[in-house]
Write a protein that binds this ligand. Structure first.
Ligand code: NAG
Ligand code: NAG
Ligand code: NAG
Ligand code: NAG
Ligand code: NAG
Ligand code: NAG
Ligand code: NAG
Length: 711
């Protein structure tokens, strides 16, 4: 019997691989969950309890090629899965790309570009044989100082939801399983392994759960539960969060795995919804799971369910056919020369870096640089410089060590090279016979002033480094003094900030600071992306996905040192708070300038009243300036007053590219998702009846058109 079945399996494998090249090279259309679960159920039925215990746990830290390696089985065959960091590219494996960080992807406000980033990242993980990409991150930037804000998509749940879904569709189109993380309430790093985030039901649903709900709709394969507690219970053993909300309410049919070492129990965690522990090792799962099932503490059916969820996600992404072998090459002893998966991704990385650069100020049209009159450019600051001269073997991001392209920790990636701002600007300036003088020290202010003094324009670079496990200590730049010295010396000063967090700008009103750019964390092509914007090859169209306050105390919340704290600003996260309390920010959510101008007109809101009410808003936009460019039109919704929503909430955005003089129609569709609020009593999403207002703007505070409608 066995002999025959082996031959049979081999024959099938050969037959399927011969036509698989056509059928299964990406893009891949994932199976439906129903189809995947039918296959998974069949396979798991053949598994012993020991085998189930093997595939639901990792092999421990530093035990395989990947940061997480689940156990495999033979008879039936199921492979060890490779779970690999991180949300912006492959970590710990050479010859892979450093993409823009999540916060920069969000700043693009460009659904197609965000999807393309997902596709390109997915292709690289697939090329390395990684089964799971541990991203995207989608925790909300509730705290301006949170150490992982750069990994995720900013302060707004709607924007985060769209960005998460696009990223997941992109990654999974390559047959790679994406991970929605970190579930849930992980909005700060301080005490993250012990703190309890207390979140009321409505806030949880409308703000923090929202991007996860969109991820589940997008078919995400895995969800990573977070380190923290939710309302006093660890997220990774939280019946309410995992079973009730994620699996029942959202209908998630993939598997939940722990953040690294975030599992705290066996029976409690498993019965409350955890399906796989990472990175595993001897604790909690494995033989402990087997014992708990034998003692009757865990139902055998629940053990099967854990395994079936894992196997189903693997089938769903069609990893059962022709999936590349793992070649992370982190183990130098393997002598694997490595596989280069970068393809031409540097092109889309460069494009996103440019499209996501946010032009915050452009007085006297200092930008784009006037190459016909400028003779000399001064470049100031360590952040302009390349990190360690392209030393690929050691190029990890450390604060203050050259230009900042990504943050640190598990959210970082391999960095194949960095095109520094200084290099890119210099080579562009050369083409126009413009001199570049630089002062790369953050400390030598006298030299900075000397360098800036006789240049036609001075560009001063600053950065705010952030890394996993730590919150940023202050939103104040270390180089405020340097910026002021340069501005005092040169009346055409441009400030460029690299950060994943908002920063304070006490120098913002200095009359000589004509330009301010927030370039986020743009990845390996940083210099080229920036030079494209500075020299006008790309008309900037990035928008702020976070609020830049005038002072830290203006924000609705701050990092807490308590071990239990409530999210007591409730729905008023980010710009919603600034709106509700009428506080003027330095630069508001959704803000960003262009080298051209746009006119908004003719808003028409159409309501279709049936069992579910749908609303369509149509308007026209015209590029009235002298350059081609893209505009991000934003739709905010004001709910009927009695519902007590924030003054307005983002519920739509479209990035529209227009040649100068051209006009386009923009249509926003508001479905039940956009029109609902969470009804705590009914425990469901409801569309409130009453008077609404549609607000169409170029930012959250630059509303150009509005119209009311009634449901
Ligand atoms: C969590 O705590 C908040 C605040 O006390 C409460 O409103 C909410 O209902 C709690 N959630 C759960 C699931 O108990
Ligand atoms: C670093 O690499 C980039 C891309 O290959 C190149 O353009 C740049 O000149 C290099 N910089 C240095 C200092 O070697
Ligand atoms: C690159 O960095 C590594 C680790 O810091 C160092 O050992 C090596 O000498 C560097 N290589 C070059 C060419 O600078
Ligand atoms: C800017 O500085 C230059 C050089 O010091 C000076 O010639 C020019 O008049 C200044 N322009 C303004 C508007 O202050
Ligand atoms: C909704 O109303 C439109 C007409 O306004 C109609 O065409 C459509 O069939 C209706 N849909 C449902 C689900 O009743
Ligand atoms: C925009 O819509 C209007 C009215 O529906 C139509 O007349 C016009 O041709 C459309 N313009 C473009 C550029 O599609
Ligand atoms: C409302 O929108 C959803 C999603 O676009 C659509 O499936 C549904 O048919 C629409 N309902 C009505 C009444 O138009």
């Amino acid at each position: 019997m066995k002999h025959w079945s082996l031959i049979f399996v081999a024959t099938v494998a050969i037959a399927s691989s011969s036509n698989a090249v056509v059928a299964l090279s990406p893009p891949i259309e994932p199976l439906s969950w129903d189809e995947a679960h039918v296959k998974a159920e069949k396979l798991v039925k053949q598994m012993s309890l020991e085998q189930i215990a093997s595939i639901t746990k990792g092999s421990g830290l530093f035990t395989g090629q990947c940061v997480g390696n689940s156990g495999g089985t033979t008879h039936p065959d199921f492979p060890s899965l490779c779970l690999a960091d991180g949300p912006l590219g492959v970590r710990g494996s050479p010859f892979s790309s450093a993409f823009a960080a999540g916060i920069t992807a969000a700043a693009s406000f460009d659904k197609d570009a965000i999807r393309q980033r997902g596709i390109d990242m997915g292709a690289e993980f697939r090329g390395k044989g990684a089964n799971v990409q541990l991203g995207p991150s989608m925790n909300i930037a509730r705290n301006a100082r949170a150490g992982r804000n750069w990994e995720a998509f900013g302060e707004d749940p709607y924007l985060s939801g769209v960005a998460a879904a696009e990223t997941i569709h992109g990654i999974q189109s390559q047959g790679v399983i994406a991970t929605a993380k970190h579930f849930i309430g992980n909005e700060q790093e301080t005490n993250r392994n012990t703190e309890s985030s207390v979140i009321d039901d409505r806030t949880l649903h409308e703000v923090y759960l929202w991007p996860f709900a969109r991820s589940v709709e997008a078919g995400v394969g895995t969800v990573m539960c977070s380190y923290n507690k939710l309302n006093g219970t660890y997220a990774c053993e939280n019946d309410y969060a995992l079973n009730h909300i994620l699996k029942k309410e959202l209908g998630f049919r993939g598997w939940v795995h722990s953040d690294w070492l975030a599992t705290h129990s066996t029976t409690k965690a498993i019965n409350n919804g955890l399906d796989m522990t990472m990175p595993g090792g001897i604790l909690y799962f494995g033989s402990a799971l087997e014992r708990a099932v034998k003692h009757g503490d865990i139902d055998y059916s629940r053990a099967r369910d854990m395994a079936q969820r894992i196997v189903a996600a693997w089938y769903k992404m069609r990893q059962d056919k022709d999936y590349p072998a793992v070649r992370m090459n982190v183990n130098t002893a393997s002598k694997d020369p490595g596989v280069n998966v970068q393809e031409d991704h540097k092109k889309s990385i460069r494009e996103m870096g440019a499209a996501a650069t946010v032009l915050l100020r452009n007085n006297n049209n200092v930008l784009p640089l006037d190459t016909s009159s400028i003779k000399k450019i001064a470049i100031i600051g360590g952040d302009a410089d390349s990190s360690r001269d392209n030393n690929t073997s050691s190029m990890v991001q450390i604060g203050g060590q050259g230009t900042l392209i990504q943050g640190g920790g598990s959210g970082s990636s391999n960095v194949p090279y960095i095109v520094s701002p200084l290099d890119a600007i210099t080579s562009r300036a050369d083409a126009f016979d413009i001199d570049v003088a630089s002062s790369k020290s953050d400390i030598l202010k006298h030299k900075a002033a000397e360098t800036a003094k006789d240049a036609d324009v001075a560009i001063v670079f600053a950065q705010l480094y952030a890394e996993e496990a730590f919150d940023v200590t202050s939103l104040k730049l270390k180089t405020d003094g340097l910026i002021e010295v340069v501005a005092d010396a040169n009346n055409n000063t441009i400030v460029v900030i690299h950060s994943g967090n908002a920063v304070l700008m006490p120098w913002a009103d200095h009359p000589n600071i004509k330009g301010i750019l927030w370039a986020g964390m743009p990845g390996q092509e940083t210099g080229n992306s920036l030079a494209d914007v500075l020299f006008g090859a790309v008309n900037p169209s990035g928008r702020l996905p976070i609020t830049f306050a005038k002072q830290a105390s203006d924000y609705p919340s701050d990092i807490s040192w308590k071990l239990e704290f409530e999210y007591d600003e409730k729905l008023l996260v980010g710009y919603r708070w600034f709106d509700a309390k009428d506080i003027k920010p330095q630069f508001e959510f959704g803000f960003g300038l262009s080298y051209t101008t746009f006119e908004y007109k003719d808003l028409h809101v159409h309501v279709e009243k049936n069992t579910t009410s749908n609303v369509t808003a149509k308007m026209q936009i015209t590029n009235t300036g002298s350059r081609d460019g893209a505009e991000v039109t934003q739709l905010y919704l004001a709910f009927p007053e009695y519902v007590h929503e924030p003054p307005k909430v983002l519920r739509g955005f479209e990035k529209v590219f227009l040649k100068k003089g051209h006009t386009a129609n923009v249509t926003f569709e508001l479905t039940k998702t956009e029109l609902s609020v969470w009804d705590v009593k009914k425990q469901k999403w409801v569309v409130p009846s009453g008077d609404y207002e549609v607000l169409i703007g170029a930012s959250s505070r630059d509303i150009r058109l509005h119209e009311t409608f009634t449901l």
